[in-house]
Design a protein around this ligand. Structure first.
Ligand SMILES: [Zn+2]
Length: 241
């Protein structure tokens, strides 16, 4: 009996991550994956990616940086107006995993409030820069009122790679409810990033190719909230410093 309970608890922890879980996937019966964009908004790429999403009848979640959102406020309105979702990537792209609890809580709460004010929507999701979070920063982010969202497949579009490599990488782990990480911009030194070598990539073209590659597998691109309308979040333990 004891063994059975323990095995069930282990299974539950694996799928839910317990109270320390971050959203890593959606459990859904619908043929959908979650398309996410980080590091924007970007005056060069975001608008064209929004055009692609409209052409493809797709929706996506945009994890924005506040230093950019402030400078490109009209793009936030275009994201929301297009039926997409605005979420928080942080006040800037500095990693939070080595900051103290109070600093993370305060800067995240302030960024969430400012983003809600600028975008005129409620902000529920947060993605830590570089996917780096400590137990302390995880708790601080939750205390600030947002839910950490990580990912499964990645588009490999923050580094140099060929389009074929990017598509192959995007499809690694492609399944219903997978959360795909991609970027509508590049976070460099000006954003508090750790490196400053933007890759050569046609981001709108890559968006089209990824959406079509997933469609060939029967999966349509959706924002996280849209996918969660008919699915449930799957949480996993994700701590990286
Ligand atoms: Zn980022």
């Amino acid at each position: 009996m004891r063994t059975r309970v323990s095995a069930a608890a282990k299974r539950w922890l694996r799928s839910h991550g317990g109270p320390l879980g971050s959203i890593v996937r959606v459990r859904t019966a619908r043929p959908e994956f979650v398309l996410t964009y980080d590091d924007g908004p970007d005056p060069t790429h975001t608008e064209r990616i929004l055009d692609v999403l409209r052409e493809q009848s797709a929706t996506a979640t945009f994890f924005v940086l506040m230093n950019r959102a402030r400078a490109h406020r009209s793009l936030l309105a275009e994201i929301v107006g297009g039926g997409h979702e605005v979420a928080l990537h942080g006040p800037d792209h500095r990693p939070i995993s080595r900051l103290g609890y109070r600093a993370v809580r305060e800067r995240t709460a302030a960024a969430k409030a400012e983003l809600e004010d600028l975008a005129e929507v409620a902000v529920r999701w947060y993605r830590p820069p570089y996917g780096l979070q400590s137990l302390s920063s995880f708790r601080a982010v939750k205390a600030a009122g947002v839910e950490p969202v990580l990912w499964g497949p990645t588009a490999w579009d923050s580094r140099e790679a060929t389009t074929e490599q990017r598509i192959a990488r995007s499809l690694r782990g492609a399944e219903a409810g997978a959360i795909l990480l991609s970027h509508d911009s590049y976070a460099g030194f000006a954003d508090g990033g750790r490196s400053d070598s933007p890759p050569t990539v046609d981001r709108p073209e890559l968006a089209t190719r990824i959406i079509e590659a997933y469609r060939e597998r029967g999966l349509e691109a959706r924002s996280l909230s849209r996918a969660l309308a008919s699915g449930t979040p799957v949480k996993g333990i994700w701590f990286k410093k």
